[in-house]
Design a protein around this ligand. Structure first.
Ligand code: CA
Length: 513
C-alpha cells in the first residue's frame, strides 16, 4: 500500500473510531423511577387540575410530604391524566414492551409460586410473564450501547421461570429484583423478609441480594438507593450510558413505619397504618432527592432524563376499593375499575435543565408545566427509544405514542385520548373492561358466575370523580363507546373470561344496539 492510500485508510479508520466513540458518549442517561402502588394523590404535589388546567391541592396533598417530587416537577412537566393498569405486573410488562396488557396478556399480577388464575379466567392468560425471547426495552437499549441497571422490584415472572431474573430480560445489573411483588419486611433488622441473616430465602418474600444490610437499621428504600448510586457511579466511570430502572418496593404493603419520618405524621389524626404509609411515601421521596443530588455530584445531571411514575392506583389504608378515601377525591383505589385504580403520578424532567444541552435540544421538556392531555405507561417505550435513536422492530406492535410533543408543553393533536384496561380476573373488581375515549369512560362488567352484566358510563370532564352513571341516560354515547371498546379489544387480541365448561364470554352489546 502506498502512503497516500495508507493515509486515507488511517484517516477513515480514525474518523470511524472517533465517530463511534462519539456516538457512545452522545447518548443521554435515563432514570425510570417507578414507585410501587403510588397513586396520583399520594403526594404533596398536586396532580389533579381545575378546568383551566391549574393544579389544585386536595386534603391528601396536605397530608403527604414529597418536596423532591415538587423539585422535579418544577424542573419539568407533570401529567394530570396519566394511566397505568390497576395492578403491578401488567403495568411493569407494558413498560418493558410498549404494549397494552390486553395485548401482552399478563392482565393480572403474577403470583410468585403459582398461576394466579381465578375460576373464570381464560386458561391461556400470560401468568408466566416475560421470557428470554421477549422483545424488551432493555434488550433494545442494549443494542444502542446502554448499561441497564435493575434496582428493586421485578415481578416480571414467577419463581423458576425465565422472568424471575431481570438478567434474562436485557438488564446487565440486578439488585433486589425477583419474582416477588412485595417485600417480607422493609426492615434491615428483619433481613428484609429473609429468615436467615445473610441469606436469600427464595421461597419466602425475602428481598434478594442485600445481605450486607441484614441486621442493620437501614430501611429497604434507603438500601436500594445506596446500591443504585453505586451502580450509576460505576457506569459513569466506565463511560457507558445507563438506563437505571429504580423500581422501589415502597409503597407496597406491608406498611412498615420508616422511623426517620414517623414524627411528621403523629399529629395528623390519621390511623397508624396510614401514618406508616406516609413514611413510606416520604422515604421514597428522599430517595428521589438523593439520586438527583448524586447525578449532579457526578456531573451527569444535564445528560440524564428522569421519568417518575407509579405502577397503578394508590393503596393507602384510608378506605375501601370502590369508595372515596385512599385516592380522594378520585373514586376507588388500586385494583378498582374506577379512576383511583388506574391514575398514577407521572413527571418527566431533565435532572438539571439546560436548554443548550444537545440531549435536551432533542427532547425539550417544558419546566413547571402541567400537561392535561391523557398519556399512559405504554408511551414511555417509544419516547425512550426514539430519544436514543433505537428503532422499534416493525413486527413488534405497540399501543403507545411518543410523548415528545406533550413534553414540549402543548397537547399532541395526533394522539387519540384512549385508555383500555381489560381485566378478566377476580380481585377488588372482577371481570371487567374499562375503556376511556376523550371525556367519556365506559366500564363493562361481564356476566360471569354470580356477577350480572352491567354497564357504567361517566363523563369525566363534567364528573371527574365518577358520581353519576349515565349509562341509561345517554344510550347513544354508551353505544358508541361500547362499539369502540370491542374494536380495540379485538385489535389487541383480547382473552375473555370463560364459563365453567370453558366457553368464551364476550361482551354483549346494550339491548338497544
Ligand atoms: Ca403495584
Amino acid at each position: 500500500m502506498n502512503s497516500p492510500k495508507l493515509l486515507l485508510v488511517l484517516v477513515l479508520l480514525g474518523f470511524s473510531l472517533s465517530n463511534s466513540a462519539l456516538s457512545a458518549a452522545d447518548k443521554p442517561n435515563i432514570v425510570l423511577f417507578l414507585v410501587d402502588d403510588m397513586g396520583a394523590m399520594d403526594t404533596s404535589l398536586p396532580f389533579l387540575t381545575d378546568e383551566k388546567g391549574t393544579p389544585v391541592k386536595h386534603p391528601l396533598n396536605r397530608f403527604y410530604r414529597t418536596p423532591n417530587m415538587e423539585r422535579l416537577a418544577a424542573q419539568g412537566t407533570r401529567f394530570s391524566q396519566f394511566y397505568a393498569q390497576s395492578v403491578c405486573s401488567p403495568t411493569r410488562i407494558s413498560i418493558m414492551t410498549g404494549q397494552n396488557a390486553t395485548r401482552h396478556k399478563t392482565t393480572n399480577w403474577i403470583k410468585p409460586k403459582s398461576n394466579n388464575r381465578s375460576k373464570f379466567t381464560p386458561a391461556n392468560w400470560n401468568w408466566t410473564g416475560l421470557t428470554k425471547s421477549s422483545l424488551t426495552l432493555t434488550r433494545l437499549l442494549g443494542q444502542s450501547g446502554y448499561q441497564s441497571i435493575h434496582v428493586g422490584k421485578g415481578h416480571f415472572g414467577p419463581f423458576d421461570h425465565e422472568g424471575q431474573d431481570p438478567l434474562n430480560l436485557g438488564f446487565h445489573v440486578n439488585i433486589g429484583g425477583d419474582s416477588i411483588g412485595q417485600p417480607g419486611s422493609y426492615y434491615g433488622k428483619r433481613n428484609y423478609g429473609n429468615k436467615v441473616k445473610g441469606q436469600d430465602e427464595k421461597n419466602t418474600y425475602g428481598v434478594s441480594h442485600l445481605t450486607d444490610y441484614h441486621g442493620s437499621d437501614t430501611f429497604l428504600t434507603e438500601a436500594l438507593t445506596i446500591e443504585a448510586k453505586k451502580a450509576v457511579t460505576q457506569s459513569t466511570e466506565e463511560k457507558k450510558p445507563f438506563y437505571l430502572y429504580m423500581a422501589h418496593y415502597a409503597l407496597h404493603a406491608p406498611f412498615n413505619s420508616d422511623a426517620r419520618f414517623a414524627k411528621n405524621y403523629l399529629k395528623s389524626g390519621k390511623p397508624k397504618n396510614a401514618q406508616a404509609y406516609a413514611t413510606l411515601v416520604e422515604g421514597m421521596d428522599k430517595s428521589l432527592g438523593d439520586l438527583l443530588d448524586h447525578l449532579n455530584a457526578l456531573g451527569v445531571a444535564e445528560d440524564t432524563l428522569v421519568l417518575f411514575l407509579g405502577d397503578n392506583g394508590g393503596d393507602a389504608p384510608l378506605g375501601g376499593a370502590h369508595d372515596y378515601g385512599s385516592s380522594a377525591p378520585l373514586r376507588g383505589k388500586k385494583g378498582a375499575h374506577y379512576e383511583g385504580g388506574t391514575r398514577a403520578p407521572f413527571i418527566a424532567a431533565w435532572a438539571r435543565p439546560n436548554p443548550a444541552n444537545p440531549h435536551q435540544k432533542r427532547l425539550p421538556i417544558s419546566q413547571g408545566t402541567t400537561q392535561t392531555q391523557l398519556a399512559t405507561v405504554m408511551d414511555l417505550f417509544p419516547t425512550i427509544l426514539n430519544l436514543v435513536g433505537q428503532e422499534i422492530p416493525k413486527d413488534h406492535p405497540i399501543d403507545a405514542h411518543d410523548l415528545k410533543a406533550q413534553l414540549s408543553g402543548s397537547p399532541n393533536p395526533d394522539r387519540p385520548e384512549i385508555f383500555l384496561s381489560h381485566f378478566p380476573h377476580e380481585h377488588r373488581s372482577n371481570y371487567y373492561t374499562g375503556f376511556r375515549h376523550g371525556d367519556w369512560k365506559l366500564i363493562y362488567h361481564y356476566p360471569v358466575g354470580k356477577q350480572k352484566q352491567r354497564y357504567e358510563l361517566f363523563n369525566l370532564r363534567s364528573d371527574p370523580f365518577e358520581k353519576a352513571d349515565l349509562s341509561t341516560k345517554n344510550p347513544a354515547e354508551l353505544k358508541r363507546l361500547f362499539s369502540e371498546m370491542t374494536t380495540h379489544l379485538k385489535a389487541q387480541g383480547a382473552l375473555f373470561p370463560v364459563t365453567a365448561d370453558g366457553r368464551k364470554i364476550t361482551p354483549v352489546a346494550p339491548e338497544f344496539l
